[in-house]
Design a protein around this ligand. Structure first.
Ligand code: PLP
Length: 330
């Protein structure tokens, strides 16, 4: 059988092929974090660099794996959770997948409460990870387009269920561990990978964990790092605009609410991306870079290019963004 840990081409390059002790992980949890930073030089040959953090390579397939791990770890440390106790969360699918992975390894049953509007591929993935999936009918959204009111309804159901089951309720929109996961993980990883050479950071906002935590760390290290929050066009609440288009295809972000984690002092600007632009960049990422990712990842790349071409960051800036989830969930 092929050993995945051995680089078969290393010998021909004259490198040693010994597998280090660290090559063996103790569980799937070891696959969370330390994601690669990929240069998107076919989409952006320059001037400057566009680097993308490939969050979709984690076992739950998205950036939310980090928040899931940190939330469960912190709940154990605080004595709020112990093996066997159920865990409940309202999720658009990605947090649920991360929680399913973490809960399986830790020995906690997991119940995912989802709006019916999220893609069926997400519910299937959760079920194949052994999670109990509770689907909540939509209030005013449509399939593939989940609104703030749909999220509210699903949240109510999740809170109810957590109470009746005596479960730990994750509450990602209010749980600060989600921000800390990025402040202690994503931010430092980016900083180290670029050796401090970073001018801009661009990220889409759902609960705000990724944007707030990462920006907070980067700005602490280098206050001039220009941080841009990405919103769907027509649902630009963070830009202070009225929400005119609550239904959009960029799942996982843009619920038309200012999330509780939001910290306005970290956002130097907001950038809007339309459904058409997100769909176009999703294809570009696949066709030019070989990266099959979701709509929010594509929106991040589109917004990063808008920032790079604005000239705001100087002649040859480095911009880092997030590839939030795998395109296989759509
Ligand atoms: C596909 C996708 N992109 C982006 C995000 C935004 O991440 P955050 O909640 O950290 O703002 C989410 C969150 O669920 C998501 O599912």
């Amino acid at each position: 059988m092929e050993d995945a840990n051995i680089d078969r081409h290393a010998e021909t390059r004259g490198e040693k092929t010994t597998v280090s002790k660290d090559a063996i992980l103790h569980s799937a949890l070891g696959m969370i974090g330390n994601t690669p930073l990929v240069s998107l030089e076919r989409i952006h040959p320059g001037p400057g660099r566009l680097l993308a953090k490939a969050e979709f390579v984690q076992p739950g397939g998205s950036v939310k794996d980090r928040a899931a791990l940190r939330i469960i770890q912190d709940a154990y440390s605080a004595g709020k959770l112990s093996p066997g106790k159920p865990v409940v969360e309202m999720t658009s699918g990605n947090m649920g997948a991360g929680l399913a992975v973490v809960c399986n390894v830790m020995g906690n049953p997991f119940v995912a409460v989802m709006s019916e509007g999220n893609s069926p591929a997400r519910a299937r993935m959760l079920e194949s990870l052994g999670a109990e999936v509770v689907l909540v009918p939509q209030v005013d959204g449509a399939p593939g387009q989940v609104t703030g009111r749909d999220i509210e309804k699903a949240t109510e159901r999740a809170v109810e269920l957590a109470q009746t089951r005596g479960a730990f309720y994750v509450d990602q929109f209010n749980n600060v561990s989600s921000v800390l996961a990025h402040e202690a993980g994503t931010g430092p990883e980016i900083w180290e990978a670029v050796g401090g050479e970073i001018d801009g950071f661009v990220a889409a906002v759902g609960s705000g964990g990724a944007f707030v935590g990462t920006s907070r760390f980067l700005k602490r290290r280098k206050p001039s790092v220009y941080c841009a929050a990405v919103e769907p066009e027509g649902a630009e609440i963070l830009a202070g605009k009225k929400v005119t288009k609550p239904k959009h295809i960029i799942q996982g972000i843009g619920y038309g609410i200012v999330p509780p984690h939001w910290d306005v002092s970290l956002a130097d600007t907001t950038i809007a991306v339309s459904d058409e632009q997100a769909a176009r960049f999703r294809k570009e990422l696949a066709n030019k870079e070989g990266l099959c990712v979701g709509f929010s990842a594509a929106a991040n790349v589109c917004a990063s290019l808008k920032l790079l071409s604005s000239g705001r960051l100087g002649a040859s800036p480095t911009v880092v963004t997030i590839l939030c989830d795998t395109g296989l969930k759509y």
